[in-house]
Design a protein around this ligand. Structure first.
Ligand SMILES: Cc1cc2nc3c(=O)[nH]c(=O)nc-3n(C[C@H](O)[C@H](O)[C@H](O)COP(=O)(O)O)c2cc1C
Length: 267
């Protein structure tokens, strides 16, 4: 009997010691790996930004990605006024550290979108967005803007890149979504993404975003072809979501006030 007792208490002691040892190992690993994790996340974001701007060379090393990304200025923009704001206005020193998606769930840092205006299906919009600009001889020649919105099953997160005319699309890509592979998931298909290159966002007087995804494909003689991209086949709802989210973010509630200020040289 005494032997059995000893075995039970010994087993408990061994289990306790092992669980303490393993929890120390796991939490130490988590703490030690955190900086590398953050670095990888940052590298991933930079890769996606370069990719949407058509600036990502295949097989680029981390160093080459950092070097290419360093040509961008990372700035924060008040979406209502379209003006740049200091990072301290959102509680950070480095604009790269500002998370506009986290801000979107903070009532102090975001705005509720009335459902009649919520084309992107996102419910709340951060007051301040993080934008990536590139300049040459003091002239902005490229702007990469974060965009997001609801497809069929999920919120799609991505970037749209515009040329210096702030109208012509240089590229568009989504880095996170949960649409069905082979259907809505074809938003990741490089062939589909290539169609966006050279398309124009705005109508002639730049007052309205006009992007359309056309079911059945854009015919060679289609009217307003410059604003049109083929819808994804078998994925009309994801396509509609993409059309709506692009037009939302390029519109008055998104980046239009900022792009207008840039065009007029006011920021
Ligand atoms: C399992 C399953 C997954 C689907 N995934 C998607 C999707 O990711 N995106 C989408 O728009 N439609 C998806 N659909 C199809 C939609 O339900 C709907 O039929 C479709 O969007 C209509 O597009 P179509 O008119 O091009 O056929 C899926 C359907 C099924 C059965």
């Amino acid at each position: 009997m005494a032997k059995a007792k000893e075995t039970v208490s010994r087993t408990l002691v061994v289990a306790l010691v092992l669980s303490i040892v393993f929890s120390v190992v796991v939490s130490t690993a988590a703490v030690l790996l955190r900086p590398a994790q953050i670095q990888n996340q940052n590298l991933d974001i930079k890769t996606n930004i370069l990719s949407s701007a058509g600036m990502l060379e295949p097989g680029s090393s981390a160093e080459q990605i950092e070097e290419a990304f360093a040509r961008f200025d990372v700035r924060l923009v008040d979406l209502d006024t379209g003006e740049f704001v200091e990072p301290s206005a959102v509680g950070v020193q480095d604009p790269m550290k500002y998370d506009m998606y986290k801000a979107a769930s903070d009532p102090q840092m975001s705005t509720n979108i009335p459902s009649s205006e919520d084309k992107a299906g996102i419910k709340r919009r951060p007051n301040v967005a993080k934008v990536y600009t590139m300049s040459e001889n003091g002239q902005i020649n490229r702007v990469v803007l974060p965009i997001h919105g609801y497809g069929l099953w999920s919120t799609l997160y991505g970037f749209i890149s515009l040329e210096g005319d702030l109208n012509t699309i240089e590229g568009l890509g989504f880095y996170a979504h949960a649409e069905t592979p082979g259907l809505g998931g074809e938003v990741d298909n490089p062939r589909w993404k290539r169609q966006w290159v050279g398309k124009e966002v705005y109508n002639e007087d730049r007052s309205e975003p006009q992007v359309r995804l056309v079911k059945g494909g854009v015919s060679a003689d289609a009217q307003d072809k410059e604003h049109k991209v083929d819808a994804l086949s078998g994925a009309t709802l994801t396509s509609r979501g993409v059309e709506q989210l692009v037009n939302y973010w390029m519109g008055d509630r998104g980046y239009a006030p900022f792009l207008q200020k840039l065009r007029e040289g006011e920021v």
